[in-house]
Design a protein around this ligand. Structure first.
Ligand SMILES: Nc1ncnc2c1ncn2[C@@H]1O[C@H](COP(=O)(O)OP(=O)(O)OP(=O)(O)O)[C@@H](O)[C@H]1O
Length: 227
């Protein structure tokens, strides 16, 4: 069954002389439990597509469906709640609160979701354990290595038991051994928890680990739209 679907999605940036069509008629269906790599050259529209799929941005024209329901009419507050409960995000730049502890960083989505006290702590600790960082739970995020920071991001993405993890160049800043470790964690979660993975990457080895490779060229899908 379709989990996430775009129909004839376009995204145009700017106006007049600076107008730019970053996406031009994207039709894509992603099913529950899929692992999808979004690949293509720099500037082809990968991040734009991912932001639209993650409901962080709206298409200029066309529609996005989540569980076969159109997402265009969802109000901002409900959209924030839906993102918080359904999606996890892992970005190349980490976006951790450097001065806060690992535990505090991982608890944040739960705090936003209104989960309090012992439940918040125990869920966060379970996610930290899932990425093998339990010995660092009390450390400041700034005191970790790059690979450890990315593991904190994965724990944070995981803590709400999301249906989908969106990862934008999750291993972009990491050396190859550390990348391998991060990839293994992501794909283990995908397999064990049936979490759908949508990964934007330049890395052909990472893309190959996904069941599907959706290739974008100049804002259009040129391969992998069908399963
Ligand atoms: N806010 C914006 N305003 C104007 N143009 C934009 C904006 N964001 C992206 N673009 C343009 O849209 C195109 C697609 O950008 P996007 O970030 O989706 O590409 P990408 O494939 O993810 O690239 P990269 O691999 O370099 O991250 C690019 O030509 C970019 O310059």
């Amino acid at each position: 069954m379709s989990l996430l679907e775009t129909r004839e999605v376009t995204r145009t940036y700017g106006k007049g002389a600076t107008k730019f069509e970053a996406l031009r008629g994207i039709n894509l269906q992603i099913d529950k439990g899929d692992s999808v790599a979004i690949i293509g050259k720099s500037g082809s529209g990968k991040s734009t597509l991912m932001h639209i799929l993650a409901l962080l941005d709206h298409p200029t024209t066309g529609s996005v469906f989540l569980n076969n329901e159109p997402t265009s009419k969802i109000k901002n507050k409900a959209l924030n709640k839906l993102r918080n409960q359904t999606f996890g995000f892992v970005f190349q730049q980490f976006f951790l609160n450097a001065q806060d502890s690992v535990l505090e960083n991982v608890m944040l989505p739960l705090k936003i979701g209104g989960i309090t006290g012992k439940e918040r702590r125990s869920k966060a600790l379970a996610a930290i354990k899932a990425v093998g960082l339990e010995s660092k739970a009390k450390n400041k995020a700034s005191d970790l290595s790059g690979g450890q920071k990315q593991r904190v991001c994965i724990a944070r993405a995981l803590v709400n038991n999301p249906e989908i993890i969106f990862a934008d160049e999750p291993t972009g800043n990491l050396d190859s051994a550390t990348s391998e470790n991060i990839e293994n964690i992501l794909f283990k979660l995908h397999q064990e928890k049936n979490i759908t993975l949508i990964i934007v990457t330049h890395d052909p080895d990472l893309a190959k680990k996904c069941a599907r490779q959706v290739q974008i060229k100049d804002g259009q899908i040129v391969g992998g739209a069908q399963q």
